[in-house]
Design a binder for this molecule. Sequence first.
Ligand SMILES: CC(=O)SCCNC(=O)CCNC(=O)[C@H](O)C(C)(C)COP(=O)(O)OP(=O)(O)OC[C@H]1O[C@@H](n2cnc3c(N)ncnc32)[C@H](O)[C@@H]1OP(=O)(O)O
Ligand SMILES: O=C([O-])CC(=O)C(=O)O
Length: 370
Amino acid sequence: MTVTKGLEGIVATTSSISSIVDGVLTYRGYDIDDLAWNAGFEETAYLLWFGKLPSAAELEKLNRDLGRFAPLPAELLEQMKLYPKNANTMAALRSAVSALALYDSAADDMSREANEIKAVKLQAQLPTIVAALARIRQGLEPVAPKSEASIAENFLYMLWGREPDAVSVKALDAALVLHADHELNASTFAGRVTVATLSDIYSGVTSAIGALKGPLHGGANEAVMRMLEEIGSPDNVDSYISGKLERREKIMGFGHRVYKNGDPRAKHLMKMSHELGVMKNDTSLYDMSVRIEELITSRKGLKPNVDFYSASVYTQLGIERELFTPIFAISRVSGWTAHILEQYEDNRIIRPRAEYTGLIEQKYVPVDER
Ligand SMILES: CC(=O)SCCNC(=O)CCNC(=O)[C@H](O)C(C)(C)COP(=O)(O)OP(=O)(O)OC[C@H]1O[C@@H](n2cnc3c(N)ncnc32)[C@H](O)[C@@H]1OP(=O)(O)O
Ligand SMILES: O=C([O-])CC(=O)C(=O)O
């Protein structure tokens, strides 16, 4: 048996959703550099689900559906109020998304049409859940979603309880576009493995959320922010990073399984981080990040990934650290559900092998003789 730890380089499926070739990321053939500043998040989600950019009428219908599906079942909101206030937000999100299935009578309807509706529903409801969890944790009442607003605008409105400014909405919208899909990353793979047993779409998304939570994947954006908080000021970067490298600790937000010459999404988030700093007359988070990048690139040859500059972007938008990975999920649920729909279309159960390295030829000994 040839064992490939971490399945590095293994091609486990075909997919027509996103591709990474020579460091270029495309969604359905559109370069992410083209989509990042030109496409809105809703049309990006449509592109991932249906394989083409929507017409004006199709986009209008999608926006109407997202607005209509965004409110949560009242029972779920009441349950969420009972979650411990100090619970990890990704753990709470995972529980709430799992519970959504209980309130959807079509949860086990496996027709393509029903699953497409559930994909749009999940996309609509995740932002409402995350904003509600954040407010409940602060002892505030959740804010009901508006029926006519983009996902970025609606999320910030529900989070802050006031109309967000246009700059914040545009920055969040672009960040959502950049995080929407990424070929066969760990969380997408987890979602596909789950639904390949012909389990339901809620189970698939719940699995994916669990995988995204880890600090080697989506959870890295929160870990990056923790590191920036520990560093505190640009003057401390060099000694902090030297210490970490001497202790052979990982620097979160750097390195990538697929990109060895840099993540094409990072430059957009870097630009956003700089622009937000300039607007706020305080570029210290950006300056610290740039110095960390210089040090890690020169000393380890590693480049920042999507999680690195997103930390300073979200913080400068006034978003608390505990929401960074849930915001990643708000975006990535578009990709997860597109992959789940694709998996159902041409399904085969995913069941690799393991090379056994344990004990052999053991004989059972009754418990009182052990
Ligand atoms: C949205 C996303 O999921 S993007 C990724 C987010 N994750 C992070 O930012 C966490 C930090 N990065 C990492 O842990 C890794 O780079 C991963 C998980 C992203 C990729 O892991 P792998 O493809 O298995 O890379 P691997 O761990 O083999 O790295 C190769 C070498 O670079 C080192 N390396 C990789 N990333 C880092 C890092 N961030 N800091 C320090 N060293 C690193 C490894 O220790 C390894 O060194 P070695 O050969 O001396 O043992
Ligand atoms: O593809 C990966 O391994 C991780 C990643 O960058 C993502 O999911 O966006």
